[in-house]
Design a protein around this ligand. Structure first.
Ligand code: CO
Length: 134
């Protein structure tokens, strides 16, 4: 069912410093910060030859990653994103198998203008998993 790894998201306490590290020290292609108010994050996209890394920083008062950074003040891997061909079919199959879909269970438009869903980390080995319709 799942296809390619679309991205790994890393929550960072300082977006400018993390961008400079990835661009300068690690020599990667790094975007400008992109505010995403609907998701409560500012994102920097790091493009690698085979996948992407997304650096996330809280935006606004109700950011979904504020609590994560409070628990992981130096930052950490926040989620991984797998591509699926049909997000509703994937959701229904996983729900039928007992996995929990976060939020109201309906796909939202994610950072790449494609529908996404998040699956409960306790159902997938302690890892928050995002599904994105490819
Ligand atoms: Co993501």
């Amino acid at each position: 069912m799942i296809g390619r790894l679309n991205h790994v998201a890393i929550a960072v306490p300082d977006l400018e410093a993390a961008s400079a590290t990835y661009r300068g020290l690690l020599g990667a292609e790094v975007s400008k910060p992109v505010p995403m108010p609907a998701h409560g994050v500012t994102t920097v996209f790091v493009t690698l030859p085979n996948t992407k890394i997304e650096l996330l920083h809280p935006l606004g008062d109700a950011s979904p990653i504020a609590g994560f950074l409070a628990k992981n003040p130096s930052g950490g891997i926040h989620h991984v994103c797998y591509e699926v061909e049909d997000i509703l079919a994937a959701r229904d199959a996983l729900k039928a198998a007992g996995l929990r879909v976060l939020g109201d269970g309906e796909p939202r438009i994610g950072a790449h203008d494609k529908p996404v869903l998040f699956l409960h980390p306790k159902d997938l080995y302690g890892t928050l998993v995002e599904l994105e319709q490819a």
